[in-house]
Design a protein around this ligand. Structure first.
Ligand SMILES: Cc1cc2nc3c(=O)[nH]c(=O)nc-3n(C[C@H](O)[C@H](O)[C@H](O)COP(=O)(O)OP(=O)(O)OC[C@H]3O[C@@H](n4cnc5c(N)ncnc54)[C@H](O)[C@@H]3O)c2cc1C
Length: 466
């Protein structure tokens, strides 16, 4: 950093303190450390492509859209990067500070502004944690349609900015598909507001600058979401199949019949990829509709050899579905520690045409075998097109590099199967090197939009492959 730049940066912290007040501009090293990183695990980073976080200059906690604008103005004047920050639960390093700048922690902007129970919409501030939002909605007789593992931690802004997917996604879609309108502060300071209506045919949809935008095109301050009636009935089931393929056929059959489960989590029961698999399945809604749906789905399972397990298996699964996020929240400080267990793991979450899922799974098994990597588990989430797998490798840095190479090699085959390299966690820094493979010439188009909106290049630089 030149002396001039260092002076400008120190001046930026002073300006922010004067504008927002000292309580809203944090420079305590523990806060800087906590906000320099998100939930991207060390074991998922290729040692040959290290990601080196730096402490931000400060963490701002604005309480209003006007205060967010003030932060953006200061960042433009001082030419320092801005990193929007929600719950910090992103798995791809999208909220990691790569150059020292200003982290904008939105969590003080956590109010529900309006709930319209007749229109089934809610207008909320972007820093609201999803679980708190859902509990306010439930008091009004409606509920949130987005139910990720990280419901107790993730914020509305973070979920929309990664276009996340939750358990209920099979019925209600990704969180992005539930966004009706937004308010966002653009990279040069003006505010973009879109109308929160059910459907528009008035030109391109500017909401999509921010859905999956990872904070690269502006800072979301408000979101109008579609919300849903609290269901009258819920049914949950667990069914075992003697092979992954048999259960996959059952999922295909009831999906083709138009069923939209609120729970569809299917995967290998043990680490034997040729062994049995378990399907967790659930429906919600009017009691008679739920009864009809579960009847059709269970018949499809039975016809393909599925054996129903005791009801408490599925009940327990549903009850515990947010437990991993609560553990993450309780151990946030641990997440950047070195992995001393010697077992490196990585996850792949790809979208594929349903017709290609079994072929891609065979490819993954072949890649794992050829590269001496363990194929730990595989599965479907929310529908037959969304396929995940976990790979691992034991050993030192070399082993971690080999695991990273195997994952990259596998992800590069996804396009040959007509798929996309990630279906819900975003790109961040982890998948940025794959973006030209994913988007081809369209990546340059995205970069042009980015340059046009953010000529100073201050909005979350280094993310999304932009
Ligand atoms: C154990 C575990 C389980 C998970 N399960 C799921 C799951 O089931 N489904 C799922 O979709 N994801 C899951 N994730 C990933 C993560 O929880 C989601 O990506 C989540 O939506 C991120 O929200 P956040 O508030 O924590 O965002 P952050 O991690 O803080 O930020 C994510 C991105 O959004 C940007 N951002 C944040 N707020 C704003 C804003 N107001 N305006 C503009 N940009 C903003 C950040 O700059 C960053 O680019 C899981 C993570 C963990 C650790």
């Amino acid at each position: 950093m030149t002396g001039d730049a260092g002076h400008a940066h120190a001046g930026a912290v002073g300006r922010l303190t004067a504008l927002l007040g000292p309580d809203s501009v944090l420079t305590d090293p523990d806060e800087l450390d906590l906000h320099a990183w998100d939930a991207l695990g060390q074991s998922r980073i290729h040692p040959g492509r290290p990601i080196v976080p730096v402490h931000p200059l400060c963490v701002c906690t604005p309480a209003s859209t006007t205060e967010v604008q003030a932060v953006v103005d200061v960042a433009n004047e001082a030419r320092v990067p801005l990193v929007p920050y929600g719950g910090g639960s992103g798995l791809m390093g999208a909220a990691v500070s790569l150059t020292s700048g200003i982290v904008v922690d939105l969590r003080r902007m956590n109010a529900v502004l309006e709930i319209d129970t007749a229109a089934f919409t809610a207008r909320v501030q972007a820093g609201m944690v999803l679980e708190a939002l859902d509990s306010e909605l439930q008091q009004s007789g409606v509920m949130l349609g987005h139910d990720p593992w990280t419901l107790p931690v993730a914020t509305v802004g973070g979920a929309v900015s990664t276009n996340g997917l939750g358990y209920r996604g099979g019925k209600y879609g990704s969180v992005g598909s539930q966004v009706l309108g937004v308010e966002a502060v653009l990279p040069e300071g003006p505010v973009c507001r879109t109308r929160g209506v059910a459907k528009r045919s008035t030109g391109i949809d500017l909401n999509h600058l921010f859905i999956g935008g990872e904070g690269c095109f502006g800072i979301l301050t408000e979101v109008t979401l579609r919300v849903f009636p609290v269901p009258e009935a819920r049914s949950l089931h667990a069914v075992r199949f003697d092979s992954f393929a048999r259960g996959f056929e059952a999922v295909l059959a009831f999906s083709a019949a138009g069923l939209r489960p609120i729970l569809l989590d299917y995967g290998d029961e043990t680490e034997d990829p040729e062994g049995s698999s378990i399907l967790y399945l659930g429906f919600e809604g009017k009691a008679e509709v739920v009864a009809a749906e579960e009847g059709v789905a269970l018949a499809a399972c039975r016809d393909r050899g599925g054996v129903r397990l005791a009801p408490d298996k599925a009940q327990g699964f549903w009850r515990e579905r947010h437990a991993a996020a609560r553990r993450f929240a309780a151990n946030r400080g641990e997440r950047r520690k070195r992995n001393d267990t010697g077992v490196h793991q990585d996850w792949v979450h790809v979208a594929l045409p349903a017709s290609q899922v079994l072929a891609f799974r065979r490819e993954a098994l072949a890649v794992a075998a050829a590269r001496n990597v363990r194929f730990r588990e595989s599965g479907l989430w929310t529908g037959p097109e969304l396929f995940s797998l976990r790979l691992s490798r034991e050993g030192g840095e070399q082993a971690r590099a080999e695991l990273g190479d195997a994952v990259s090699a596998l992800l590069r085959t996804v396009h040959r199967f007509g798929g996309s390299v990630e279906y819900c966690h975003g790109v961040g820094v982890k998948l940025a090197p794959l973006m030209s493979h994913e988007h081809g010439d369209n990546l340059e188009l995205m970069r042009s939009v980015k340059r046009c909106l953010d000529p100073n290049g201050i909005m979350n630089p280094g993310k999304l492959g932009l």
